[in-house]
Design a protein around this ligand. Sequence first.
Ligand SMILES: [Cu+2]
Length: 170
Amino acid sequence: MAIRMKLVGAILFVSTGMAPAAYGHGDGETSKRDFNAAAVEQKKFGRAGNPEQATRVIRITMDDAMRFSPAAIVVKQGETVKFVVANRGGLMHEMVIGTPQELRSHAALMKKFPDMEHDEAHMVHVGPGKSAPLVWTFNRPGEFDFACLVAGHFEAGMTGKIKVIGKSGG
Ligand SMILES: [Cu+2]
């Protein structure tokens, strides 16, 4: 019994010690990831955005009907958008931005390996009843998608569209 108590104490200590400081805010408005400009990777659909340079906030909700709301978003090239992604359901959901092809193959992989962990700047995982930010700079024009890649959700239609309108005259 005494040994078990010690073990529980140790686990509690470890998990508390590792909790990110940002959790203290509890409003889902702060990023759990620190923005690191040097580590930003250019993707076809843009790049990780600096939260301090966000020029627009778009609130997105996800639910167990496997839908995003809104499911269609239009942004201007160069905009840094802070998505505040709220999960109104009882299941885990996520928002992953990508090209339609990338999302399709990623979804197939997630279906094959449901426990595969993935966490990158262009995605955010949100537990039931929680909300979390995703800051993205849309510096490339085009039509992209976003989707929930929790196994089976993509196939159930949990996808959305992002249209990035290019700068005029270009
Ligand atoms: Cu989902």
